[in-house]
Design a protein. Structure first.
Length: 135
């Protein structure tokens, strides 16, 4: 059976920063989809093209949540470790949500930092995204 794109959200309008050591929603990166009946799994992928910590040794954690960031279900995470201040990297993470219930489901992107300021850059040339597809 072929994969079916259920929904996508792209962010290119404004950078996002946080000093939170707890998970917070990345404004503008969440997708609400209708999961079809039939027991298919949903692959959720988040792509962040420019991730950095403004402190040397800082760890920026990018997360995919089912539901609300911080109180929903954390599905997966990936990290960028800055060996020097403002060292930039790319984070691309995927998760298979196995046979979720049919109906409306929201997948959101969260972020937290171990220290200092986490900075996510977005522009027309640096487009972040989150998408969900039935597989």
């Amino acid at each position: 059976t072929n994969a079916i794109l259920l929904g996508v959200d792209k962010k290119s309008d404004a950078d996002f920063t946080t000093t939170s050591t707890s998970s917070v929603q990345v404004t503008g990166l969440g997708v609400t989809v209708t999961v079809p009946a039939g027991g298919r799994s949903v692959e959720v992928t988040a792509f962040l093209p420019s991730v950095r910590c403004q402190s040397a040794g800082g760890v920026v954690t990018i997360e995919v949540w089912k539901g609300t960031v911080g109180s929903g279900t954390l599905l997966t995470s990936g990290v960028h470790v800055s060996s020097s201040a403002d060292e930039t990297g790319v984070v691309n993470i995927s998760f298979i949500d196995e046979a979720p219930a049919a109906g409306s489901t929201t997948y959101n992107v969260g972020v937290k930092t171990s220290t200092g300021t986490a900075a996510l850059s977005f522009s027309a040339a640096l487009v972040g995204s989150v998408y969900a597809k039935a597989v």
